[in-house]
Ligand binder design. Structure first.
Ligand code: ADP
Ligand code: ZN
Ligand code: MG
Length: 477
């Protein structure tokens, strides 16, 4: 099989639940985890004769997202009815935006194999979410709590070519939306959902091939695996002389393959027409400028600022800014610190490793930023050595507390006083005559071993530099 014969073309449609208090067209709460069908009213249940009322905050959050992603904001957009028949939508139409969406163009910055790149966006529009069908052993039910929640749809151009690039796009998009603070963007929890479109074309061709749309992708891993499997399926089909049919396919994690759900409707099947019960959304330049002024920092701006404000290497700035919460934590600890690079080291290594191991969120971690700053201060001042600092970090991570108090109550202060260390140095030499001999005979590694012995005798509290110095003095005599 020759991978070079076909090129994959990928475009994503991402739905993001906006963090508003109430729904898109009624005053029901958007809160999750409530008993089924408790956050409902005649509007979001689609009773005939009810009237939608637009949620201004949802418009603002969508415009904010668009500005963060470099979109053009449409000064005049409108809502449309998309007709279809399914139990998740009792009105038999969904209110969405068809030909005049809120945002146009823009792009998502990704870090691909060839460095930084931008995946262009087609549009961002706003719509209402639908209900959730639930299937039980002997019956099915419909939960309308989610119905009518504001949903932002972000449509990319068909401009990606590998599964890895698609995942990088999703990560980049999530990063920016988290910075914007408009959504929790959790694929597993379903407040960020994506449909992946993929087609193949002969390498070098410019016309697009026929695409399949993949659904049921609720993790980055699923997106990656589903795309790999689907590209392989289409490739085999084409190589066998067949052709791809435009259809919607469902990713099955267990089977590791995609399965046909339905052949895809064309847009005219939805019979889109303007929603007669809502006015167009007209945004003045002054209004857009006002929202733009309150725009949060973008990931790119934060990277640059971290590098300059805290004199961090590019690499550190990128790691710390990758996740907004991690960057917030770093900044809270580094702001008053004389050694921000050391703070960065702790966050990038010990902290991220332990968060990964325990699955905790950095915002809820027991080591407060102030405690980390204090730990760094104690190390920098030579009050504790690096062994003790690492142990203390573990203790703080597990139980919290103040590093300074722990050092005092547990007697962990570093011993740098040569008088106090001299006896331990003598003992180490006495008990390891062979190593002392080796060192005198020119084996430099023997000194490392002896230093280790002094550290052990001091129960880890000796200042290693002072220990080495004293050992050298003793052994040279
Ligand atoms: P549809 O009308 O089927 O929803 P759209 O033209 O609106 O199709 O595109 C939906 C998504 O599919 C967009 O993200 C777009 O980039 C992507 N897309 C469109 N055509 C193709 C194609 N031939 N191959 C891969 N992706 C495509
Ligand atoms: Zn309602
Ligand atoms: Mg479409």
């Amino acid at each position: 099989m020759s991978a070079a014969r076909y090129e994959a073309v990928i475009g994503l449609e991402v739905h993001v639940q906006l963090k508003t208090r109430s729904k898109m067209f009624c005053s029901c709460a958007t809160s999750f985890g409530a008993q089924p069908n408790t956050n409902v009213c005649p509007v979001c249940l689609g009773y005939p004769g009810t009237m939608p009322v637009m949620n201004r905050e949802a418009i603002r959050l969508t415009v904010l997202s668009g500005l963060m992603l470099g979109c053009r904001i449409n000064p005049r957009s409108k809502f449309d009815r998309k007709s279809y028949f399914y139990p998740d939508m009792p009105k038999n139409y969904q209110i969405t935006q068809y030909d005049q969406p809120l945002c146009l163009g823009g792009g998502v910055e990704i870090e691909g194999a060839g460095g930084l790149a931008t995946v262009p966006l087609t549009r961002i529009h706003l719509e209402e979410d639908v209900a959730k069908n639930m299937h039980f052993a002997t019956c099915s039910g419909v939960d309308f709590n989610r119905a009518g929640s504001p949903l932002m749809e972000i449509v990319s151009e068909p401009a990606m070519h590998t599964p890895e690039e698609a995942v990088a796009y999703l990560q980049g998009l999530k990063q920016t939306l988290m910075y914007a603070g408009v959504s929790d963007c959790n694929l597993e929890e379903g407040n960020m959902r994506c449909d992946v479109n993929v087609s193949l074309r002969p390498a070098g061709a410019t016309a697009l091939g026929t695409k399949a749309e993949l659904k049921n992708l609720n993790s980055f891993k699923s997106v990656l695996l589903a795309l790999r499997a689907e590209i392989e399926r289409q490739e085999e089909l084409l190589q066998a002389g067949g052709r791809v049919v435009q259809e919607t396919r469902r990713w099955d994690v267990e089977a590791g393959a995609t399965f046909l759900m339905r052949t895809k409707e064309d847009a005219h099947d939805y019979r889109y027409f303007p929603e007669p019960d809502l006015m167009p959304v007209v945004l003045s330049e002054a209004q857009i400028a006002d929202w733009a002024r309150g725009l949060p920092e973008t990931p790119r701006q934060r990277r640059a600022r971290f590098a300059s404000e805290y004199s961090l290497p590019e690499y550190d700035a990128r790691v710390l800014a990758a996740d907004k919460a991690v960057g917030d934590y770093f900044e809270a600890a580094a702001r008053g610190s004389k050694a921000p690079k050391i703070v960065s080291n702790w966050v990038m290594t010990e902290m991220l490793r332990r968060l990964g191991e325990t699955g905790q969120e950095i915002a809820a971690v027991k080591v407060t930023p102030a405690a980390l700053a204090e730990l760094v201060e104690l190390t920098e001042a030579g009050a504790i050595n690096s062994n003790t600092a690492r142990e203390l970090f573990g203790e703080l991570f597990a139980n919290g507390g103040s590093p300074r108090t722990l050092v005092e109550t547990r007697g962990l202060a570093q011993v740098s006083d040569s008088g106090a260390l001299q006896a331990l140095v003598d003992q180490a030499i006495r008990e390891n005559a062979k190593s002392a001999e080796d060192f005198r005979g020119g084996k430099a590694v023997a000194l490392k071993f002896l230093t280790g012995q002094v550290m052990r005798l001091s129960r880890g509290k000796a200042n290693p530099q002072v220990a080495v110095q004293l050992l050298e003095e003793r052994l040279k005599r």
